[in-house]
Design a protein around this ligand. Sequence first.
Ligand code: KIV
Ligand code: ZN
Length: 553
Amino acid sequence: MDNYVRIFDTTLRDGEQSPGASLTSGEKVEIARALARMGIDIIEAGFPAASPDDLEAVRRIAIEVGTGPQARSEDADTAQSVTQRQPPIICGLARTTKSDIDAAWEAVRHAARPRIHTFIATSPIHMQYKLKMSPGEVVQRVREMVAYARTLCADVEFSPEDAGRSEPEFLYTVLALAIECGATTLNIPDTVGYTTPEEWGRLIEGIIRNTKGIEKAVVSMHCHNDLGMATANTLAGLRAGARQVEGTINGIGERAGNASIEEVVMALHTRRNLFHLTTGIDTTQISRVSHMVSTYTGIPVQPNKAIVGANAFAHEAGIHQDGMLKHHTTYEIMQPEMIGLTQSSLVLGKHSGRHALRVRLGELGHELTTEELDRAFERFKELADKKKSIADADLEALVADQIYQPREIYALDGLQVACGTMGMPTATVRLRCPDGSLQVQASTGTGPVDAAYKAIDGIINAPNSLEEFSIRAITEGIDAIGEVTVRLESKDEALAPRETAQNGRKRTRSFGGHGADTDIIVASAKAYLSAINKLLVASGRAPAAAPVSTAKP
Ligand code: KIV
Ligand code: ZN
């Protein structure tokens, strides 16, 4: 058995099924690029049958990321070198129906390495209540649809949904049939996060031992986190012989989410003496990709989240600090640099030129066009006037704020607030409108942010409710940049809810917004506007943004 673990990222599909997450196609492409750069083997780019927009986003990823150059340089010491020399596999999800499979193929077929992932439930509960199909009918469907998918694509993944609550004997039959019909990867989902690590390890072991033809396929796992055991289950399954892991960045996903890729990867890396397994992941990209996903989805990362939470490498308590000063290994099992948290605080300053900015951004993975660099440099100079030392984190925020935003339909041109204990919080906002005109509106509110948002609402008619608002300082010090992330739920009737792959549930569309500035009220207003701009594009009230960046994987 090989010791290489394929990492299958479903942030753009299962992650996007998270309550509240909704990404524009430009953001999906950017995330896919970052995943490719990180060394992800397979990107599940979406569920193309959900809507023409979903299909188009997967198609763009197949073309723009799935045909790109190698994700990272070859590492001769590791078994992943062959995989890493090629662009990632781009995968589309499909139910076991002809129309879903056709849509998935249409979306992924331009990739150098396309994959169709088709699934049907096999647990008694799902077959009886959701599918209303007998086990015999499910078997028949698997036979027909896996074979059909295989006529289109040489790389077919099959998942028996809710495998964690399925009868093992039935699973062996269905999986053997899927292999016979051409499936090349068998993905075993714990759809509702029900199992424990011991049970899960036994299930995977049983499948490997009892499924006819299993040696012809890669065994994969897809664990949900309803009982907080997704990572533990995934690791147990690897020990039992599975060699593909499905998960998401920051563990986002349906309900309590999916196994978090950064946790699984860092566990394999940190405890390689125990697992003896390798991945193709460049772990120094983890922090950056985590931040990008949080920014674009509008889903903040909890501070105590393993690996990527703000406190994951902070050593507050005095006793810990004392131990750390004596030797960092006393309380630190991983170094922050391993996930890309660099210690360099002063990378550029007031006197740094355009060339230095380009070089540093390039080192951080942002290859900007001349026009993007001009805009970034303008923002950089403004920032350097206010802030003496500019850290990598500041540059990342600046780029996220300035470059990876959708085209500004409405832009903040001016903002003034009055607040405090002596009167009513009031904000006056001046926006540049799509026709080039400037509009001014003033409003009161419960606080300066509320007042600013109400003033913006007075100019733009984009019905929504604010579901999430989070603010954080990017670096330490009084002159730190404040970074605001918001998530809005659309109340626009023109915006059709989207269907999820598994339960057909309709989800109201929501939009993440991001803003960064040394003034936190300005950052808040920018974040709100960026989410509203996305909402306007999605509802067809403003033209879609052009591709937002040319950064290469
Ligand atoms: O959780 C699940 O079962 C899934 C399948 C579609 C793989 O997401
Ligand atoms: Zn899932």
